[in-house]
Ligand binder design. Structure first.
Ligand SMILES: Nc1ncnc2c1ncn2[C@@H]1O[C@H](COP(=O)(O)OP(=O)(O)OP(=O)(O)O)[C@@H](O)[C@H]1O
Length: 357
């Protein structure tokens, strides 16, 4: 398990979910940076990609295949569109789960134009036969289309125009090495620093025509869990609040009060995250406690606690997964304004005190 597992379980109505919801999909097109210059943060990936694209352009060649790895909402789709725009090429967007049969992939590949960018999101979720077809397509710009079944089946080779595959994955480690090796460039997307998210918020506010001051943007950035998609979503909710309850201007106070209404705390924890932490601290004295027990205590499924709430709590250094169970860190006690049992009354007595509290 790692911090990227958050999207595997549906997260209905979660303001801090890193995956896109219907409203995001509609608004995101308007907020997407259109070129590398506008793309905030990810310095390393940006610089490296800039070189890859410029070199290909100078040679008059199609850019090498690019693999982008990183958590949801960090800008992989955005970067793939930028790659196409910088190369002056059209882009086709699809995803691993949409390609269940090799034939689905053959149909897409055979209709690509020369130089086109094919964006394959969640590439680690493609079916095996499709994946094998992709190996040959990436390396030789050729696929073998199998016609017929059983002993009479024949492979008809099909030439493809050169294209650039941009694969996106939340789990680079899950990609089979032969697939990984066929990418000329791999960019690892990191979570964004608060200052970078501030820039994202300012930029989006400008595009949405919302007035926001520096402290207001910092307040939203600090609660956005290192993720631009969440920053943009929180900004839209804060904008609603500013419009209805304030004078339309987003200040620190307006942002803070609005996000309190939406139950997103100063560190970006939402109701579920806090419920897990509170149970761990108040009911189990900070642990160690087993995952199932913790899940029952918060009235959620085991998987929801493990895959939806925990990755962020672990990333934030608030919770640790140990062989003996889940354990709260000193930062967790501090965040919820509680005193750890040892400090409260010393050793076992402190524990007892908490259970009794
Ligand atoms: N570096 C950035 N600068 C400004 N805005 C960004 C940046 N990265 C992402 N965004 C914004 O965040 C939103 C989500 O980005 P995007 O869809 O590219 O993420 P993703 O990594 O492809 O997510 P998923 O894996 O869930 O599809 C978009 O609205 C985009 O405009």
């Amino acid at each position: 398990m790692n911090g990227y597992d958050e999207t595997d379980i549906p997260e209905p109505d979660r303001l801090v979910a890193p995956g896109a919801d219907g409203e995001d999909t509609a608004v995101e097109a308007a907020l997407r940076p259109k070129d590398l210059g506008e793309f905030v943060g990810q310095e390393k990936v940006r610089q490296q990609l800039d070189l890859v694209l410029k070199a290909a352009k100078q040679r008059g060649a199609t850019a090498d295949h690019v693999l982008l790895s990183g958590a949801p909402g960090l800008g992989k789709t955005t970067l793939s569109m930028i790659i196409a725009a910088e190369m002056g090429a059209p882009i086709r967007i699809t995803s691993g789960p949409a390609i269940q049969h090799a034939g689905d992939l053959a149909a897409i590949l055979s209709s690509l134009q020369e130089g086109e960018v094919l964006f394959l999101d969640e590439i680690h979720r493609m079916s095996r036969p499709a994946e094998e077809m992709l190996y040959m397509a990436m390396e030789d710009f050729r696929v073998d289309v199998i016609v017929g079944k059983g002993p009479g089946a024949t492979a008809i080779p099909l030439e493809l125009p050169p294209f650039t595959l941009v694969g996106a994955t939340t789990r680079a480690g899950l990609l089979p090495p032969p697939l990984r090796d066929r990418f000329g460039f791999t960019g690892h997307m990191e979570f964004y620093a608060p200052e970078e998210l501030e820039r994202v918020v300012h930029r989006s506010a400008r595009l949405l025509d919302v007035e926001i001051d520096t402290a207001g943007a910092a307040e939203i950035a600090g609660r956005s869990r290192g993720t631009p998609r969440i920053a943009n979503r929180l900004l839209r909710r804060v904008r609603d609040y500013a419009q209805v309850r304030a004078d339309g201007v987003i200040t620190r106070e307006v942002a803070g009060t609005a996000l309190q209404v939406y139950e997103v705390d100063a560190r970006g924890l939402d109701r579920l995250d806090r419920a897990v932490l509170e149970a761990l601290l108040k009911l189990f004295g900070g642990g160690p406690v087993g995952l199932s027990t913790l899940a029952v205590a918060v009235g959620e499924e085991r998987e929801t606690v493990e895959e939806v709430a925990e990755p962020f709590l672990v990333r934030e250094g608030l919770l640790a997964r140990t062989p003996r169970g889940r354990v709260a860190t000193p930062a967790a006690w501090a965040h919820l304004g509680l005193v750890p049992p040892q400090q409260a009354g010393g050793g076992p007595r402190g524990q007892q005190g908490l259970f009794g509290a």
